[in-house]
Design a binder for this molecule. Structure first.
Ligand SMILES: [Zn+2]
Length: 120
């Protein structure tokens, strides 16, 4: 597990300057009042480092899209629609294992507690 260094105001300022004051995801400059978050451009879980060079400033909404995927689409921002279009162009991503009783599961749990194949 990579140790994550503290995000000090100095460090944030350095990273922001290195990125020209722009969101590394949507490449739009930050405007006054934008909520800025600092994000590992390559996730630590995927081998990214915790160095400043791997951290980019991004809009809170852009970050939410990465973290929450299509759930963020409910917020209705155009940027999510653009990102979704790009994502769809790349093809479907792997779906998580379906849990029994979930809406997409072929199994259905009846009120009497029995688990049965849906439609039987
Ligand atoms: Zn952005």
């Amino acid at each position: 597990m990579t140790e994550r260094k503290a995000m000090t105001p100095d460090r944030k300022a350095r990273i922001l300057i290195a990125h020209d004051g722009k969101c590394w995801r949507c490449k739009e400059p930050f405007k006054h009042g934008d909520k800025i978050e600092f994000d590992h451009m390559q996730a630590i879980a995927r081998g990214g480092s915790d160095d400043d060079s791997n951290i980019g400033p991004c809009h809170a909404l852009c970050h939410a899209l990465k973290t929450h995927g299509t759930a963020a689409l409910r917020l209705g921002a155009d940027i999510f629609e653009i990102a979704k279009t790009k994502r769809l162009a790349k093809g479907p991503k792997e779906t998580k294992a379906k849990l029994p009783g979930g809406k997409q599961s072929k199994w259905i749990k009846k009120l009497n507690g029995k688990t049965e194949l849906r439609g039987e």
